[in-house]
Ligand binder design. Structure first.
Ligand SMILES: Cc1cc2nc3c(=O)[nH]c(=O)nc-3n(C[C@H](O)[C@H](O)[C@H](O)COP(=O)(O)O)c2cc1C
Length: 275
């Protein structure tokens, strides 16, 4: 049981819950919020819109940048009682290379996840929406680290299985999916976009059926491990993703309702599932 990147702030949770968090940590491995090379402020508020079955977020990847993360956040995340996955996003292959190399040099880091849901400023193409772009990104960084590389796939691709195959062919050790689907909400009073970033990413129960289909298609296409996520809120849901071919699962939006959801769902998954 992992967390979806960006959905559980372990540093803030430690401040809120103290060392009790470490004794009953909700996940078997922790995935950091995505970091970028330069610091980012993120999108203007509002950043969240609640839907009847989940969220639309336009957080916009606020983060301290690579140097700030390595100096300030990594030492704190290294105190967690589980392996650490650091999520990185580059707006060019060179940026990605710097991120992967410098993050991979740190012994506190167990694995690296490449969030490819962003445009490559050099080609204008969303890296993870295109198999060739994805393969080039993985090829560029593969030799720069001996850490296992996870490629986080976007559901906003016409053929996620083709992207997964390209990632695996270029040397990815695992894929994770799904990231959020593109969505929008309007302010009911002004009919203008509610979110500061205009559009956002849809997550939670509303995306579960889409995620399950994509996890199944990807798992059928590749032989590397698949980390399944998207709307998982119970052991039954997690079992469905495993049955569809996921090797392990992650919880995202449900942790907003219940910070201990990861632990609860892992416990439910360990119980025999009623048929
Ligand atoms: C508030 C919020 C922030 C997120 N931030 C990131 C992020 O920084 N990097 C990333 O790869 N995915 C990010 N995601 C996507 C989640 O990791 C996950 O892929 C997605 O939400 C689907 O899972 P869920 O339905 O269980 O939330 C974010 C999702 C939410 C709701």
């Amino acid at each position: 049981m992992l967390n979806g990147s960006g959905t559980f702030d372990a540093i803030a949770a430690r401040r809120a819950f103290g060392d009790a968090l470490l004794e009953r940590f909700p996940f078997h491995a922790f995935v950091s919020k995505t970091i970028t090379l330069a610091p980012r402020e993120g999108n203007p508020p509002p950043r969240l819109w609640e839907t009847p079955a989940g969220l639309i977020n336009s957080i916009g990847l606020p983060n301290k940048g690579l140097d700030g993360f390595l100096a300030l956040d990594l030492p704190e995340l290294a105190e967690l009682p589980v392996p650490l996955v650091v999520s990185v996003m580059g707006f060019s292959r060179d940026e990605l290379a710097t991120l992967v190399q410098r993050v991979g040099e740190r012994e506190e880091v167990g694995l690296i996840e490449m969030n490819v849901s962003c445009p490559n400023v050099e080609t204008g193409l969303v890296m993870g929406a295109d198999p060739v772009e994805t393969a080039r990104a993985v090829e560029r960084v593969r030799a720069l680290t001996d850490r296992p590389l996870i490629v986080k796939l976007t559901p906003n691709a016409s053929d996620p299985a083709a992207v997964a195959l390209a990632a695996a062919g270029a040397g990815a050790d695992a894929v994770s999916l799904i990231n959020t689907l593109k969505g929008m909400a309007l302010d009911p009073r002004t009919a203008q976009p509610w979110l500061g970033g205009r559009t956002g990413g849809v997550s939670g129960p509303a995306v579960r059926a889409i995620a399950l289909e994509q996890v199944g298609a990807v798992a059928a296409a590749v032989s590397i491990p698949v980390i399944g996520m998207g709307g998982i809120a119970s052991g039954r849901h997690a079992a469905d993703f495993m049955a569809a071919g996921a090797t392990c699962v992650a919880v995202g939006t449900e942790s907003f309702r219940d910070p201990a959801a990861g632990r609860r769902i892992a416990g439910e998954l360990a119980e025999p599932q009623p048929v």
